[in-house]
Design a protein around this ligand. Structure first.
Ligand code: UDP
Ligand code: MG
Length: 219
């Protein structure tokens, strides 16, 4: 009797734990596109209507750059100004910490938009090494936008953003980095059927209508 009961319990308990661990696993959408494609703008709109937490890798790096006592401040500043991609060890720790803090505060907040990451092979490898099995990447939301439009939007933003990289010189480097390093990552996900592309050259509301269609379909 006790043996049977024990067998029953030991069969049930792991499956319950397993279900709980599945529930808690972060569900991630990577949001990619050129500088100024509208990733940040659209993520803010998504958060208003859907149960997602927006984590911008660029914003996290800028915060770390500004944090008093950060050992990486100067390095991050140099990389951002040059439009280069910060070594993933720094970025992945910031992302992981932000995800953990969000879920510790509210366990129901396990859906994340990770904006502006992974941007190159190094980023992707770092993600796979640190997050493998710990998070599910549902798909890549790709904001497709021509370089001209991207540059003009960033120059416009540069008038008020105060960003050290919203000037023509940095922008040209950022576009180069995007074309050389980020596009291949998007293509890689494309091969696995994991990219949802939205034409991002239109108005905010038109783009968001398409974004909604993607999210409503994907759940
Ligand atoms: N950056 C980085 N790794 C990341 C995200 C951003 O090194 O994972 C740096 C990179 O130098 C980039 C800059 O931060 O050019 C600005 O990124 P952000 O995503 O804020 O720019 P956006 O694409 O939104 O204009
Ligand atoms: Mg952004």
């Amino acid at each position: 009797m006790i043996g049977r009961l024990f067998g029953y319990v030991s069969q049930r308990v792991p499956s319950l734990l397993y279900r709980v661990s599945l529930m808690m696993k972060p569900q991630v959408v990577f949001v990619l596109g050129g500088p100024g494609a509208g990733k940040g703008t659209q993520c803010c709109k998504i958060v208003e209507s859907y149960n997602y937490t927006h984590l911008s890798a660029g914003d996290l790096l800028r915060e770390e750059r500004a944090r008093e006592g950060s050992e990486f401040g100067q390095l991050i500043a140099n990389y951002i100004k040059e439009g280069k991609i910060v070594p993933v060890e720094i970025t992945i720790n910031l992302l992981k910490k932000a995800m953990e803090e969000t879920m510790q505060k509210d366990e129901k907040k396990f859906r994340f938009l990770i904006d502006g990451f992974p941007r190159n092979e190094d980023n992707l490898q770092g993600w796979n090494t640190v997050m493998d099995g710990k998070a599910d990447v549902k798909f890549v939301l790709f904001f497709d936008c021509g370089n001209e439009v991207c540059i003009n939007r960033c120059l416009e933003r540069g008038k008020s953003s105060g960003r050290s990289d919203d000037n023509r010189e940095s922008l040209e480097k950022r576009i180069q980095t995007y074309l050389q390093s980020t596009r291949p990552i998007i293509e890689l996900y494309e091969k696995h059927g994991k990219v949802r592309t939205v034409d991002a050259s239109r108005s905010v509301d038109e783009v968001f209508a398409d974004v909604k269609a993607v999210l409503d379909k994907e759940g």
